[in-house]
Design a protein around this ligand. Sequence first.
Ligand code: FAD
Length: 544
Amino acid sequence: MEFQSDFLIIGSGIAGLSFALKAATLGTVTMVTKKSQADTATNLAQGGIAAVLAAGDSFELHIEDTLRSGAGICRSEIVRLVVENGPERIRELIELGVAFKHGEQGKDKLDLAREGGHSARRIAHAFDLTGREIERCLLLSAAKNPRISIRENHCAIDLLLASKAGLGPAGEQDRCLGAYVLDNHTGEIHTFQAKTTVLCTGGCGKVYLYSTNPDIATGDGVAMAYRAGAKVANLEFVQFHPTCLYDPKAKNFLISEAVRGEGGRLIDRHGRPFMTKYDPAGDLATRDIVARAIDSELKASGDDSVFLDITHKSADFVRRRFPNIYQTCLAYGIDITRAPIPVVPAAHYMCGGVLTDDRGRTSIPGLYALGETACTGLHGGNRLASNSLLEAVVFAHLAFCQCQADWPGIGASPHPRVPAWSPGQAARIEECVLISHNWDQIRRLMWNYVGIVRSEKRLSLVHERLLPIISEVRQHYQDYLLTPDLIELRNIATLAELIVTSARLRRESRGLHYIVDYPAANDREWKKYIVLRQRHPHEFLPVN
Ligand SMILES: Cc1cc2nc3c(=O)[nH]c(=O)nc-3n(C[C@H](O)[C@H](O)[C@H](O)COP(=O)(O)OP(=O)(O)OC[C@H]3O[C@@H](n4cnc5c(N)ncnc54)[C@H](O)[C@@H]3O)c2cc1C
């Protein structure tokens, strides 16, 4: 079937919903989302959203903190744009009904938290369920808007390009006209046409064996954009959270840094503490240092996990201070008042993505990218905590302003005729193990070879090992009728290839990219982004 609307938004997290609510003032909006509408990273966000809201804080301080965290390669004009837009966007969220926690002082004062890397209290939050509150409120507003329709269990496969529809040449002049989308329940593939298409598909944590991300995070937006010829950048910068519960049944449960803050100690399988070997601050070292230390211990020992031990504190204190962690671990058979918690670092956030300008426009006309899928230049080589929700709401607004300015021309243009999806000779897959095995291979390879600490040797080995898997996946894609698992497998294979390629090109250590062969940053040669584009040589984009 064919569906037409003014806007097609792929993804129903904070980026997609924030843009949808504004775009609906211009025209009709269709959102497709590949599971249920709240299956998003947004819904899991705990800490909050950063903005300059306190009397003693300033834009200059927030800008400085973001630049410092970004390891010298943030785009400073984007940092300023996002930071200065922050307070207004938070006010909009409050007007929509987001119940941020208020302080003791009264109703008009938010209770602002402070997080690592921030020099002031500036995190608006709803206890440790901030994302859930934002998602709830945005979904409620979207449901009330007659111009917005949300289609759950619809998985976008590929972007629809004018050149592929025989409506113009490929290359710089090509235009995005929407996307082909699988209805997960019926197996039908529909054409969703739109005058403007917006990728809001979140991150790619599931490329790695261990991740804090929800299952939807398979880098689909980046993979689709790359296949369509868009520029993608900075994909070597993957942020890892140091302590995620290690249990085969617990998919993505974070053990908060506050456990170490309250005296929790990292120990190996024999009960030996190890953090002071790596940093004088010991267990209280920063996230990237702790993640690297755990990685090094696991590589040396071959163990599956290290352990976080808080048993020396009274059971009563632990239960009161960490009720959620206590209950969740107990559900997996671990009483944290009596036994150490098995933990591993886990892939948490993708700092790179589809390269955009200061309005969220990608290098393909008609296509925007927002939220974690985009590489706007805000995060540089390392994201500052709580800046990602902020980036999503600010860029949703900036993209809307651009669409509003373009609307007199774009809104009036008719939808062209486009071809329906053709399955070719594809047949139903009888052996799903073909898909699950490749999934597992890629995620394990990425974890072991392209994780927190990299080396030239491992990067070149993983490249060799990925190539046959990638060609096998391409063959599956030709041979079999599409399923959500096959679509995601194809996308994680693409992301794995892009991350490895970018990591091999950057011959220095900077921010989240640490490579033992080049342990220091090299500002003279490497203050630039690595930009990849299918069928084009890689480019370097200098940053100021
Ligand atoms: C555990 C956890 C805690 C976090 N805590 C914080 C925090 O405190 N503060 C902060 O700023 N950031 C935090 N982050 C990061 C932040 O939550 C995310 O970066 C942000 O929510 C991303 O929003 P988004 O709208 O870009 O994507 P998401 O919220 O991930 O939404 C992506 C959407 O795209 C859809 N989608 C994906 N592929 C397809 C496809 N092919 N077809 C159709 N739909 C598709 C998904 O189904 C989903 O609806 C945290 C992340 C995690 C995982």
